[in-house]
Ligand binder design. Sequence first.
Ligand SMILES: Nc1ccn([C@@H]2O[C@H](COP(=O)(O)O)[C@@H](O)[C@H]2O)c(=O)n1
Ligand SMILES: C[C@@]1(CO)OP(=O)(O)OP(=O)(O)OC[C@H]1O
Length: 159
Amino acid sequence: MSIRIGQGYDVHAFGHGDHVVLGGVRVPHDRGVLAHSDGDVVIHALCDAMLGALALGDIGTHFPPSDPRWKDADSRTFLRHCRQLASERGWALGNADVTVICERPKVGPHVAVIRTLLAADLGADVDTVSVKATTSEQLGFTGRGEGLAALAVCLLVRG
Ligand SMILES: Nc1ccn([C@@H]2O[C@H](COP(=O)(O)O)[C@@H](O)[C@H]2O)c(=O)n1
Ligand SMILES: C[C@@]1(CO)OP(=O)(O)OP(=O)(O)OC[C@H]1O
């Protein structure tokens, strides 16, 4: 059996709005995010982790912010595309682990649904998809509430 590891990181600044999208879930919030797509940091970080494992560039390579097709796009489309790129090459998800970094909104109450959606898009067992959250103890841009970030790692397996 072969394995490949990848890591990803994404940030979006808060802007006007009444919700953020995290792992495909619309989470009510007193801010939105500034982004070309729906600004889903969970999925963007996870896509970059998968693309890193595949050595196929990054999310902007596949979905350029200059392309009007991705304006306000549902990021789940990006994740399903990454899964397809992997499966075409014989790879499947071993496991993935995502950490969201923000003071607010609280992510914990949404983790179960997020994991279900990510697992569905990846054709993976929900037990192999982990999502968690942390504050940055009011330090840095996330701590000041200027935006939110996500880190992801994934393992791909083949054979
Ligand atoms: N946006 C967030 C941040 C944190 N959590 C949960 O709270 C726990 C404590 O966070 P600390 O940064 O103080 O360690 C954390 O382990 C998460 O369970 C959250 O749900 N949403
Ligand atoms: C997702 C894309 C799609 O145009 O745009 P954004 O929503 O701005 O998100 P980012 O994390 O900056 O990744 C770049 C793009 O691929």
